[in-house]
Design a protein around this ligand. Structure first.
Ligand SMILES: Nc1ncnc2c1ncn2[C@@H]1O[C@H](COP(=O)(O)OP(=O)(O)OP(=O)(O)O)[C@@H](O)[C@H]1O
Length: 667
């Protein structure tokens, strides 16, 4: 049973057998944890002196010495009686039971019962991010932090950060969290697997708690309309579920209610979840529009809006729905709400579009935006379509079973079509390679469990038919989630996927991504290979390049060079022959230089009131020596500063220790 189903099941039960309240694995070692998972130290010492929201403490300030919203003596209380009101909600048993009940079901556990995330995080390779280049533009940029404790996220959230074993912030978190906690709109680009989810979840949870204190109870009547104060939009149900799961861990024991809504599952159950209360709604756009139109969700109270995979959300597929949600419903306008956009890729035309949703925003790039990380070894092999299967077989055979923690490594294979995914899954299974497919139509219906068990062929037949949505309007089971779970657990170590699995999914142990069919767009390639080499770990990506992929050659070569990969000679030759077209990279990002740039262009250049800074010595050197910048941006057709320095080096008129900005990476 998928975990979401388990939650559904558990929430349906009218009475619950008496059993000790569940304490999730990472919490059990805490000496001061009570049976409810309370941290008794914080309960009794009232250690909320630093719980000052919307404020970033400078690195030199003493704990509790600075705060915003002064005059609220209750907020700084050092005794239990002086805690923030919302903290008291932590001690409402009912709420705690609700959250902790679900926590175990949210965990993805390994065979030995240990928690995958916990293990991964403690084994994270922080050094991998030491030299990562960072660029920030906009006005009055809050300085970055080096530790989570420098930001007043609140005791509850800080406890959960520790429980998740997040020892120090990743580069994107160092920069994005202070910016977001300070209430600023943000457009942030950072490499795949670099911790963007927490970068927007922490400020949102923190803000929701603060807001709850300031406007306790407002806007929530007895109507069946739900009024979330934060909305996180993501393109797929899998990603929405993953964000929901992560956010629940981060909000554990804080009383913040997080609900997920996505298509392909019964809406009625999701309505019920909403009726129980929602602070943060994680949703896919289509289902959200449906809920709004049925008057079950109002966006009138939304103070925080985050778009994960923002470029995908604003491309042709989703843009109309996003515009509807953000501009044509009752959501407060930019300036009245805080908006954060995150992605690993941010084409300039999408940046331009996105700026409609933002107000006086800060633009942040971490790493080579639109590029891949050098943690991923990229191989490109020329394979004609007819030879792909046998080549794949050789590749899979050659891979030794040497996964981490004694597990078999997981292999993710991307194909172009749904039919292709099913066919390859079948072929691999027939040839002794345990494989499972995931694609957009992999959904199951209302017809019943007996039907479901023999569903594969029948369902896929109908799913590809124009009648599919009419024949099977309701779905009782999420087979995509089941496939994903089977893959994650290692039970089926090969996942054959379409682009539905290309973005955002954080699956530990994926050691190899194979582009059996290459995508048409280089950004899709970046996201696909980003399913490996995550959180500082190394990964391998192999692409089968055929005649059909020649238009991608130029962009692929550029991307590989940026990531210090060895480019096969034949591929370089294809790229050279394509010098008059087909290379998406140059037009989208700017050729041969550090990542993306703020399409507004003025920052750091003509507009002297603006701040900008770049860090990473390697980057500064590269930019100083760069002559390609103006030419590259001319290609893109946007106005840019005349010199690279004016755009990117040093901070302008902003008071903070520049050295602390230069010190990038995870330290
Ligand atoms: N500060 C941290 N310390 C340790 N682990 C972290 C930290 N931040 C995030 N992680 C872990 O790193 C992994 C990748 O994070 P996440 O999924 O948020 O990446 P992402 O940048 O959103 O990737 P993508 O671009 O593919 O969506 C997750 O397993 C997460 O738990």
């Amino acid at each position: 049973m998928a975990w979401t189903d388990m939650i559904t099941e558990s929430s349906r039960k009218p009475t619950r057998p008496t059993r000790p309240s569940y304490v999730p694995p990472p919490f059990r070692n805490t000496a001061t944890t009570t049976s409810f998972g309370y941290h008794t130290e914080s309960m009794h010492s009232g250690s909320f002196s630093g719980a000052v929201y919307g404020f970033v403490r400078s690195s030199t300030s003493q704990p509790g010495s600075s705060r915003r919203g002064g005059g609220r003596s209750r907020g700084r209380g050092r005794s239990g009686s002086q805690r923030w009101p919302f903290v008291n909600q932590n001690f409402n048993n009912q709420r705690l039971v609700d959250v902790s009940e679900n926590f175990d079901e949210l965990e993805i556990t390994e065979d030995d019962g240990s928690n995958i995330n916990t293990k991964e995080n403690s084994a994270i390779n922080f050094d991998a991010y030491e030299d990562i280049p960072v660029e920030v533009t906009g006005s009055h940029i809050p300085p970055p932090v080096n530790t989570f404790t420098e930001i007043d996220l609140g005791q509850g959230l800080n406890d959960n950060i520790q429980r998740c074993k997040y020892v120090k912030p990743t580069p994107v978190q160092k920069h994005a969290i202070p910016i977001a906690v300070a209430g600023r709109d943000l457009m942030a680009c950072a490499q795949t697997g670099s911790g963007k989810t927490a970068a927007f979840c922490f400020p949102i949870i923190c803000g929701v708690l603060r807001n709850r204190f300031q406007t306790a109870g407002s806007g929530r009547g007895r109507s069946r309309m739900a009024y979330p104060s934060a909305l996180i939009l993501s393109p797929t149900r899998e990603l929405s579920c993953q964000i929901h799961e992560e956010a629940q861990k981060f909000a554990y024991n804080t009383g913040v209610k997080i609900v997920v809504a996505y298509g392909g599952a019964p809406i009625v159950q999701q309505f019920r979840n909403l009726e129980k209360g929602v602070d943060i709604l994680v949703a896919t756009p289509g289902r959200l529009v449906d809920m709004i139109e049925r008057a079950r969700v109002s966006l009138g109270m939304v103070k925080y809006l985050a778009l994960d995979e923002a470029d995908r959300m604003l491309d042709m597929g989703f843009e109309p729905q996003i515009r509807k949600i953000v501009q044509q419903m009752d959501m407060p306008p930019p300036g009245e709400r805080q908006t954060m956009l995150f992605s690993a890729t941010f084409p300039l035309e999408i940046q331009r579009l996105a700026s409609d949703f933002l107000s006086d925003y800060i633009f942040l790039t971490v790493g080579r935006v639109g590029s891949s990380t050098d943690l991923i070894a990229q191989r490109v092999e020329f394979v004609q379509d007819m030879d792909k299967r046998s080549h794949l077989m050789d590749l899979l055979r050659a891979r030794k079973a040497n996964g981490t923690h004694g597990k078999r490594p997981l292999t993710l294979i991307f194909v172009e079509t749904k039919r292709g995914a099913d066919a390859l899954e079948h072929w691999l299974s027939m040839n002794g390679f345990p494989a499972i497919a995931i694609h957009g139509d992999k959904v199951q219906m209302v017809v019943g469990r007996a039907f479901i068990s023999m569903s594969g062929l029948i369902v896929n037949y109908f799913a590809d038919s124009p009648f599919s949505s009419h024949v099977f309007p309701l779905m009782t089971m999420k087979e995509r989630e089941r496939a994903l779970k089977s893959f994650k657990s290692g039970m089926t170590p090969i996942l054959v996927a379409t682009d539905v699995a290309s973005r955002g999914l954080d699956i530990p142990h994926v050691s190899h991504v194979i582009n059996f069919d290459l995508p048409k767009d280089i950004d899709d390639y970046v996201h696909r290979i980003g399913r490996t080499g995550r959180a500082g770990k190394c990964g391998l990506a192999t692409a089968f390049f055929s005649d059909k992929n020649i238009p991608l050659a130029k962009a692929l070569v550029e991307l590989m060079k940026e990531a210090n990969q060895e480019v096969p000679l034949w591929l370089s030759q294809y790229a050279e022959n394509l010098s008059y077209g087909g290379g998406g990279r140059t037009k989208r990002y700017g050729a041969g230089r550090f990542g993306s740039y703020d399409f507004r262009g003025a920052y750091g250049g003509a507009d002297t009131s603006a701040d900008s800074y770049a860090s990473s010595s390697a980057y500064v050197d590269a930019v100083s020596a760069s002559t390609g910048y103006t030419a590259a941006t001319d290609d893109a057709g946007y106005s840019v500063p005349a010199t690279a320095e004016s755009h990117s080096v040093a901070s302008h008129g902003y008071e903070f220790d520049h050295k602390s900005v230069i010190a990038t990476g995870w330290d």
